[in-house]
Ligand binder design. Structure first.
Ligand SMILES: Nc1nc2c(c(=O)[nH]1)N[C@H]1C(S)=C(S)[C@@H](COP(=O)(O)OP(=O)(O)OC[C@H]3O[C@@H](n4cnc5c(N)ncnc54)[C@H](O)[C@@H]3O)O[C@H]1N2
Ligand code: MOO
Length: 463
């Protein structure tokens, strides 16, 4: 463990502290699901904005029997609906009403259709007279005195008053939030811009198709990290593959001109030259940038241009061997290390750094489980902060079985819940993902381990 290594808790804290909130943008309601609200959401009108009927039937005024008025506006003509809505009902009058329609002023309550009986208009003796308006009475299924005041009326403003704050900034918008926003009169919402990520997969041994030979491995990250990052609210805007090559690794960090010459950590000279000084053989590739470095190849440069992302996530190459170039290239690019190793297993070589132009870099170890857990440790807090959200909360679970003391101050261990208790999953080696695939979360195990029945903190999974 190097002197610069920090505790797992401190690594999370630093990652959250490193992220500044991104600027807001306006999106249509249909594009807002999954986005983070940038401002408090205020109701633009009372919700509901008019008193409406909760039943099909009749709006009635005063005591029955009631004289039925044939006022109805069920068509699309908004003017006609408003006229009908505003005309006052007088005692002894009733008007047919459908669920959701406006309650006319003067209404006592709504007599639901099953509880009313209609008779043709009659004279004093009840004798039917011509084709005049029908009369409505409470039928045998209705209660005496029905409808009482306010029966089957949904009053205005019961869900929100006009101007009331309905959701706070920082809320992640579910489809239901968006439906409420529509109900509050919004056509578009202010959301935090998605943090943009450039994904850099290192490792000459990594293959993307077929059955690899000995020494080669199938790529676990290319097909999966964009989805995991999307689940954390980010958007992968560019993706690069680099071999075990210092220059190519440096190129992905050098998206803005850097001046001067930089000594790399392993002593390899990594020269980033100002434009005017680009020597013959120096390559151009990034907009406005020329630089040269040992091992720089045509392909590595051609791969690099693309939309500028605030965050670069690399995989592999975080170790100290001659094939590992992430740390030396970051040093050569003038990066400041915010997290330079974490006292956790697996995932110890993970790092967080800031480039001179402000872009952040998360270096994930190559071992697949270590990489996924480092992503939860560093990227989740960082991306939360970039979206104006707090530190992702840890859950708690009770252990079904004991876990032995660990070799590091913190061990992260996928678990499955059975009957409400946590069972650590098998296949938890740093290079294995099978245990995480079937996990319900990840245990944060202290150095001393845990007894059966003890409660432990857990990381929630973003998928
Ligand atoms: N002498 C030491 N050796 C190692 C140490 C140490 O402290 N001293 N730490 C070990 C730990 S812990 C880890 S984790 C790894 C860190 O390795 P790197 O980040 O440099 O990763 P690589 O060496 O590039 O790869 C490690 C492993 O992961 C496989 N890999 C890489 N990319 C992918 C991918 N896209 N999909 C699937 N698998 C991938 C790679 O083939 C290697 O097997 O260092 C230990 N060594
Ligand atoms: O800590 Mo490494 O990240 O085990 O595999």
């Amino acid at each position: 463990m190097s002197a610069s290594t920090v505790s797992w808790q401190e690594a999370r804290r630093r990652a959250h502290e490193a992220g500044g909130r991104r600027a807001p943008e306006t999106v249509a309601l249909e594009d807002a699901v999954g986005r983070v609200l940038a401002d408090d959401l205020v109701a633009l009108m009372a919700v509901p904005h008019y008193a409406s009927s909760a039943m099909d039937g009749w709006a009635v005024a005063g005591d029955g029997p009631w004289r039925i008025l044939e006022r109805r506006a069920e068509g699309p003509d908004e003017r006609e609906r408003e006229d009908v809505a505003q005309s006052v009902l007088r005692a002894g009058e009733a008007v047919p009403i459908v669920t959701g329609a406006v309650i006319p002023p003067g209404t006592r309550g709504v007599l639901r259709s099953e509880h009313g009986v209609l008779a043709p208009a009659g004279d004093e003796t009840g004798q039917a007279v011509g084709t005049g308006p029908a009369r409505l009475s409470v039928g045998p299924d209705g209660a005496t005195g029905e409808p009482r005041e306010g029966l089957h009326i949904r009053p205005a403003g019961t869900e929100a008053a006009a101007g009331e704050t309905v959701f706070r900034a920082g809320a992640v918008l579910s489809p239901v939030h968006v439906a409420v926003a529509a109900g509050c009169g919004h056509d578009a919402l202010e959301v935090v811009s998605r943090p943009r990520v450039t994904l850099v997969l290192t490792g000459g041994e990594v293959v993307e198709r077929g059955i690899p030979g000995p020494g080669s491995v199938r790529d676990s990250f290319g097909p999966t990290l964009p989805a995991v990052l999307a689940g954390l609210g980010a958007e992968v805007v560019a993706r690069h593959r680099v071999g075990d090559d210092f220059g190519a690794t440096l190129a992905v960090f050098a998206a803005v001109p850097l001046r001067g010459s930089h000594e790399t950590g392993d002593g390899t000279p990594g020269a980033l030259l100002p434009e005017a000084a680009t020597p013959p053989g120096g390559r151009t590739g990034l907009p406005g940038i020329r630089y040269t470095a040992p091992g720089l190849t045509e392909r590595s440069i051609a791969d690099v241009p693309g939309p500028v992302a605030e965050l670069i996530v690399t995989t592999g190459g975080t170790g100290d061997s001659s094939a590992d170039h992430v740390r030396p290239a970051l040093r050569a690019a003038g990066a400041e290390f915010l997290v330079d190793g974490v006292a956790v297993r697996p995932g110890a070589p993970a790092l967080l750094a800031r480039l001179p132009d402000g872009r952040l870099v998360i270096g994930l170890p190559g071992n697949p489980l270590a990489a996924m857990l480092a992503l939860l440790t560093l990227a989740h807090p960082l991306l939360s902060a970039m979206q104006g959200r707090g530190m992702p909360e840890l859950g708690r679970v009770r252990m079904a079985e004991a876990l032995p003391a660990g070799k590091a101050p913190t061990t992260l261990r996928p678990y499955r819940l059975v009957a409400g208790q946590a069972h650590p999953t098998a296949w938890h080696g740093a290079g294995m993902l099978r245990g995480l695939a079937e996990a319900d979360g990840v245990l944060v195990v202290p150095q001393d381990g845990a007894a059966a029945g003890a409660e432990l903190e857990v990381l929630r999974l973003p998928w």
